[in-house]
Design a protein around this ligand. Structure first.
Ligand code: TYD
Ligand code: MG
Length: 449
C-alpha cells in the first residue's frame, strides 16, 4: 500500500506521480504487518463477558429501577416505564417521527431530573436543534446534551467521560461504524459490532439506551435477526400516511408484556398522546350508514373499539375480488364465504372491500362477528346502530364461539354508549345497563331484530 503525502489517497502500486492529485514523488509505502492486522482482529472480539460467577436468586430488585418516559402512552408500551440498564430498539419507516418522539421523551426525562444524552449519526447539530426548538421548551431543558458523530467508540467515550447518564438515545444504529470492524459499511457485521458495544455500555453502566433502527422495504428490521434477540425490548412506531396519528407497539419486551399499543397524534409541535383512541375510531358521521359496524379487539391490556366498514360492488365475471384492509385476506375470504352460505347473501357476483377504519391492523378473532354483520348490512342495505356491538369468533359452520375478556369488553363498550351486545350464547346473562343477546349460530341473526 502506498499513501500520497499530499492528498492522502491510498494506492496499491508505486508510481512517480500520484494518480489522484498529480503531484510527483509523494507516494510513501505504508507498513501494515500481519501482526498488526492480527492484533486488530483480536481487538474486535474483545467484549466484556458480562459474567459475575454463580449467584443466588434474590428478593432484591437490584438496581433495575423504573422511570417514566413522561408519556403515559409510551410507558404503557414499555410495561410501566423505562428500566435502567435496558436496551430498547425502536424502529419504523423513515419520516414516521422516531427522532421527533425521542427528542420529546428526552425533554420529558430532563424535566423530571434525569441526565440524558442524545447521540445522532444521522443529523447535524443544527438540524436537531431546530427541531428541538419546535417540540420542546428550551428554558426547561437547559441540560439537553446532544452529540453528533459516526464512530460508536467515540460516542461511547463521550458518554463515559461525563457524569453518569440515566438515558441515552442512539439515532440510528445503521449509520454508526465501529473502529473495530473492517468490513463493508452498513453491512450486517458492522451492525453486530456496534450493537455489542452498545449493550456492553448499557449493562456495565446500568444506563438505559434507546437505539433507533431502520426498516427495509418489506417492513422488516434492517440488520441481522440477531439484533432482535440481543435487545431487551423491540418497539415499532407505525401509522399510515393518510392519518396524523401514530401507534407505538411492543413486539418483544423482557420487562413487560408484548403487544401493548400506545397512541399519539402528530401535530405542529410534535407528538401529543391520545388517551382515548376508541373515540377517534368510532365516528358520528358514519352513524346509520349500511356496511358500518362497531367492532372490538383486545390489544395488550387495552380494549379498542373501531368501525368495520364494507363496500360491495358488482364484479366483472370470473374476477370476484375480496380486498381487506386491517384484517388478513384469508380471513375475509373465509368469513365472506361463511356469511354467504349461512345468511343466504349471494355474494358470488360482488367484490368486497372491507376496511378497519383508522388504519388499525387487527388479529383478534372476536371481530369475526362484526365483519360478518358489516357484510350483511352492506348487502341488505340495512344500517346497524352504533349503540350495538357484535363480538364473537365465528367457525366454519357458522357457530359463534367464546372469546377472551368478554367482561372487560362489555364494561368498556358501555363507557362508549353501547346498550346492546350480540355475542356467543355462552355469555347470555344480565350485565349492568347492557342488554346481551346470545347467538348460537350466525343463522340466529336472521331472527333477531
Ligand atoms: P422524524 O422525526 O424526522 O422521522 P424519523 O426520525 O422517523 O425519520 O419526523 C419527520 C416528520 O415529522 C416530517 O415529515 C415532519 C413531521 N413533523 C411534524 O409533523 N410535526 C413536528 O412537530 C415535527 C418536528 C415533525
Ligand atoms: Mg430520524
Amino acid at each position: 500500500m502506498y499513501k500520497c503525502s499530499n492528498c492522502n489517497s491510498v494506492q496499491s502500486k508505486w508510481s512517480g506521480k500520484c494518480v489522484n492529485c498529480g503531484e510527483w514523488n509523494t507516494l510513501v509505502e505504508q507498513q501494515q504487518s500481519l501482526q498488526n492486522l492480527k492484533n486488530k482482529k483480536k481487538k474486535s472480539t474483545q467484549v466484556n463477558s458480562g459474567a459475575f460467577g454463580v449467584r443466588l436468586l434474590s428478593r432484591e430488585e437490584g438496581s433495575n429501577k423504573r422511570f417514566s418516559s413522561g408519556f403515559s402512552e409510551f410507558d404503557r408500551v414499555l410495561g410501566g416505564g423505562f428500566v435502567s440498564g435496558e436496551v430498547i430498539l425502536l424502529t419504523g419507516n423513515p419520516g414516521i417521527g422516531k427522532s421527533t418522539l425521542l427528542l420529546q421523551v428526552v425533554g420529558n426525562l430532563i424535566e423530571n431530573g434525569s441526565r440524558c444524552l442524545y447521540i445522532s449519526s444521522e443529523e447535524s447539530f443544527e438540524q436537531i436543534n431546530s427541531r428541538g426548538l419546535r417540540v420542546i421548551d428550551v428554558e426547561r431543558n437547559k441540560d439537553f446534551n446532544i452529540y453528533t458523530g459516526r464512530i460508536i467508540e467515540e460516542a461511547i467515550d463521550v458518554a463515559l467521560q461525563s457524569e453518569k447518564y440515566d438515558f441515552v438515545v442512539i439515532d440510528s444504529i445503521s449509520t454508526f461504524v465501529s473502529n473495530d470492524y473492517d468490513g463493508v459499511f452498513g453491512g450486517i457485521g458492522n451492525i453486530k459490532t456496534v450493537i455489542l458495544k452498545i449493550l456492553d455500555y448499557a449493562k456495565t453502566t446500568n444506563t438505559t439506551v434507546l437505539v433507533v433502527g431502520h426498516v427495509n422495504k418489506e417492513g422488516a428490521i434492517a440488520g441481522p435477526k440477531l439484533l432482535e434477540h440481543m435487545v431487551d425490548a423491540l418497539i415499532f412506531l407505525e401509522g399510515d400516511s393518510h392519518h396524523d396519528y401514530r401507534m407505538l407497539r411492543s413486539e418483544k419486551n423482557r420487562f413487560g408484556s408484548s403487544g401493548e399499543i400506545g397512541f399519539f397524534e402528530m401535530e405542529e409541535k410534535g407528538f401529543k398522546e391520545i388517551k382515548n383512541p376508541s373515540e377517534l375510531f368510532v365516528s358520528k358521521l358514519t352513524q346509520g350508514k349500511p356496511g358500518v359496524v362497531v367492532g372490538s379487539a383486545i390489544e395488550g391490556n387495552r380494549c379498542l373499539f373501531f368501525e368495520v366498514q364494507t363496500l360491495l360492488a358488482p364484479s366483472f365475471p370470473q374476477q370476484v375480488r375480496r380486498i381487506p384492509q386491517g384484517i388478513s385476506h384469508n380471513r375475509l375470504v373465509i368469513l365472506s364465504a361463511v356469511a354467504s352460505k349461512y345468511l343466504k347473501l349471494k355474494l358470488e357476483n360482488f367484490d368486497i372491500y372491507l376496511s378497519i377504519a383508522g388504519g388499525l391492523k387487527v388479529d383478534d378473532p372476536a371481530i369475526d362477528l362484526s365483519v360478518i354483520m358489516s357484510i350483511y348490512s352492506a348487502k341488505k342495505g340495512v344500517p346497524i346502530a352504533h349503540e350495538t356491538l357484535w363480538i364473537g369468533e365465528v367457525g366454519l359452520s357458522g357457530e359463534v364461539r367464546r372469546i377472551r375478556n368478554i367482561e372487560k369488553r362489555i364494561e368498556e363498550a358501555r363507557g362508549l354508549g353501547v346498550t346492546k351486545v350480540y355475542t356467543s350464547i355462552l355469555y347470555e346473562k344480565e350485565h349492568k345497563g347492557v342488554e346481551i343477546t346470545g347467538l348460537k349460530n350466525i343463522t340466529d341473526i336472521l331472527s333477531t331484530k
